[in-house]
Design a protein around this ligand. Structure first.
Ligand code: UDP
Length: 473
């Protein structure tokens, strides 16, 4: 009887991580039709539904998320939430593959479970793979640099005994060319013995236990980090298979008809004339900061499309759209900028970046947003906000030799930490200057990102190597 090889994916609950996991699954089954994939979804109460042809999705029963008061940081909340689902995950996989009743599909074909593909915030699930005697693969949805930092964190933890926030010196991390200022580390790493720090450390300690690490990057983008990790003799085999992107923007934005007025407005604008501002699924600003951005945009004189979102009331919720954004904008702003600017809420970002009118992107430096902007050849002004985004901003601006314009790069700390209108104005002017060096570099990298996925490209080859290793294990 023919045995179909099957992979089970365990993405984290974050939509950005789920989208890249789905894209990885799509690439794998398109490349090898003897592979099939099941994605086990662990969802927060408001996580949307996901679908993709040829992939089996199983929603696990929802458990209550941990209290933000005990878990302290988003990293800890998600890690604890995933860990709480461990028994459910094990039961589901056992029923699917290891019980006598369920391991034949409708055609009588028996599936062979060849691996668990585990999001990097779910390392606790490595135990399940070990208990079931199945290889585990880590799926790293962020940069090779961040991977290098997390792999090195146990060493830093043993060497440095003060909080990183109190360090007067920069850090030497093997996968980085430049010394790393502690201010660009993810905020929860700043203070030892905080839940966020402990979770980063726990995950980093376990990364070397897996059979291989799949990274959503491409070798040409992060050559130094990729080379350092593949040649250190200690990191499991690395598979840079990106960029894994939902280029149609259909997964997060299945219905784009609500945005036709924005598309019509963009259609009327000159090529590369509009700066787009958008800050990810969780980015929002205080009212004073919104006023500074508005003034900066107004003074820059450039056309703009600005997605602004209202801060959530509840720490576990995501920002929503303002019912009336005028409440937080400076008086008369919308009238003064009418015709040359648009303010909106959530928008299908990929469709915006793909539009020929968009010439620059003020971004929070989420890794998906960076990969999308490179794909569509739109330069970024870096304004990181949360998670590992400051490290991503540092990588783009410094480590990769000017692949983004700097707007604000490190945490300055404190709620009154405003980026002033003048800083926004200067960064937008630099970003929209077509002679800017960053623009040329981004164009070259954009071409490389597309070539990486083509037959014979670096990520294409990596994916082939991954499939071969999966099948041989
Ligand atoms: N996104 C979108 N519309 C928005 C904001 C975000 O479509 O208004 C999409 C964006 O295209 C990207 C994802 O949401 O695919 C955000 O992922 P990223 O890693 O950039 O940031 P995160 O939300 O995880 O911080």
């Amino acid at each position: 009887m023919a045995k179909k090889a099957e992979l089970v994916f365990l993405p984290s609950t974050l939509p950005g991580h789920i989208v890249s996991a789905i894209e990885l699954a799509k690439l794998l089954i398109a490349r090898d039709d003897s592979l099939s994939i099941t994605i086990l979804l662990i969802k927060f109460p408001k996580t949307p539904n996901f679908n993709a042809t040829g992939i089996r999705f199983i929603d696990l029963p929802q458990l209550d998320p941990p209290s933000p008061n005990t878990a302290q940081t988003p990293e800890a909340i998600i890690s604890i939430f995933m860990e709480n689902h461990k028994p459910l995950v094990k039961d589901t996989i056992t029923q699917l593959f290891f019980s006598s009743s369920s391991d034949f599909d409708s055609k009588g074909t028996r599936s062979r479970l060849v691996g668990l593909v585990i999001d990097f915030v779910c390392t606790t699930m490595i135990d399940i793979a070990n208990e079931l005697g199945v290889p585990s693969y880590l799926f790293f949805t962020s940069t090779a640099y961040m991977l290098g930092l997390m792999l090195h964190l146990p060493v830093l933890d043993a060497q440095i005994h003060t909080d990183f926030k109190d360090l007067a010196t920069e850090l030497s991390i093997p996968s980085f060319i430049s010394p790393v200022p502690p201010q660009v580390l993810p905020l929860p790493m700043w203070t030892r013995n905080q839940y966020g720090y402990t979770w980063y450390l726990n995950h980093g300690c376990r990364f070397r236990e897996v059979k291989g690490i799949i990274v959503n990057t491409f070798a040409e983008l992060e050559p130094y980090a990729v080379h350092s990790l593949t040649s250190d003799g200690r990191t499991p085999p690395l598979y840079p298979v990106g960029p894994l992107l939902d280029i149609q923007g259909q997964i997060l934005n299945p219905d784009q008809t609500d945005f036709e007025n924005i598309m019509r407005w963009l259609d009327d604008q000159p090529t590369s004339s509009v700066v787009f501002l958008c800050f990810g699924s969780s980015g929002s600003f205080s009212a004073p900061q919104i006023k500074e951005i508005a003034l900066g945009l107004e003074r820059s004189g450039h056309r703009f499309l600005w997605s602004i979102r209202e801060p959530p009331q509840d720490r576990l919720a995501l920002p929503g759209d303002y019912t009336n954004p005028e409440e937080v904008l400076p008086e008369g702003f919308l009238d003064r900028t009418a015709g040359r600017g648009m303010v909106c809420g959530w928008v299908p970002q990929v469709a915006m970046l793909a539009h020929r009118a968009i010439g620059g992107f003020v971004s929070h430096c989420g890794w998906n947003s960076i990969l999308e902007s490179l794909w569509f050849d739109v330069p970024i002004a870096a304004w990181p906000l949360y998670a590992e985004q400051h490290l991503n901003g540092f990588e783009m601006v410094k480590e990769l030799g000017g692949l983004a314009v700097e707007l604000k790069m490190d945490f300055r700390g404190g709620d009154d930490d405003l980026v002033m209108a003048e800083e926004v104005e200067i960064a937008v002017r630099r970003l929209m200057d077509s002679d800017c060096e960053v623009t040329k570099k981004v164009k070259e990298m954009s071409e490389k990102s597309r070539r990486a996925l083509m037959d014979g490209g670096s990520s294409f080859i990596s994916l082939g190597r991954l499939i071969k290793d999966l099948m041989e294990n």
